[in-house]
Design a protein around this ligand. Structure first.
Ligand SMILES: Cc1cc2nc3c(=O)[nH]c(=O)nc-3n(C[C@H](O)[C@H](O)[C@H](O)COP(=O)(O)O)c2cc1C
Length: 172
């Protein structure tokens, strides 16, 4: 298979949030899509190495913040290139919390979801979840995975040295 062909399956970019017994955790994700509208159901795929994935497995709940094209690239780097095992990522970004689930203040929309079922693969776990609440936060164009790969990634990677040098990561 020509795996480059897979990059033509494009999604949005989101910040996934979860409640680790009172500590907000999360990561950058793109593998999200709506799969039913009655009830409103989405599919989310998490890498099995992700700490956020293990928290969702235990708590059965998560939030999703939809990123706009004007999002600070630091947000994607902060959530996408380090683990909540060793870093409190949400401390770095303005956010609100609802029933323990964090949502970015600067996002286009925010969803709160309850896991209905899950399926594990060697690399990833697929969560099928009902959207229990959704909020329209701002007008704007969503950032897509295609945008990320073609231009936005360059801006995100500029934050990588800072993130990799963080004290917490050295200890992790
Ligand atoms: C643009 C982008 C898209 C990503 N998409 C996903 C995804 O769909 N699912 C996933 O599990 N990880 C995805 N990741 C990787 C996670 O964000 C990354 O592994 C993160 O460090 C996991 O953090 P955690 O251990 O705190 O959960 C993506 C990263 C980036 C930068």
């Amino acid at each position: 298979m020509d795996t480059d062909a897979l990059f033509k399956l494009t999604h949005g970019i989101y910040i996934l949030g979860a409640d680790d017994n009172g500590r907000p955790v999360g990561c950058t994700v793109d593998a999200v899509m709506q799969v039913a509208d009655k009830p409103t159901v989405i599919a989310l795929s998490c890498r099995n190495t992700s700490y956020t994935k293990s928290v969702i497995e235990q708590s059965g709940r998560f939030s999703l913040s939809v990123l706009g094209q004007d999002v600070d690239p630091f947000v994607v780097a902060d959530f996408g290139f380090q683990s909540s095992r060793t870093v409190d990522k949400w401390q770095e970004v303005p956010h609100v919390t609802e029933n323990g689930l964090p949502c970015l203040q600067n996002c286009l929309a925010c969803f709160f979801c309850k896991v209905l079922n899950q399926q594990s693969f060697e690399s990833n776990t697929l969560f099928v979840a009902e959207v229990v609440d959704g909020k329209n936060m701002a007008a704007g164009e969503p950032l897509t995975y295609f945008d990320y790969r073609t231009s936005f990634k360059e801006k995100v990677l500029k934050f990588l040295p800072n993130i990799l040098n963080r004290k917490e990561n050295k200890n992790g």
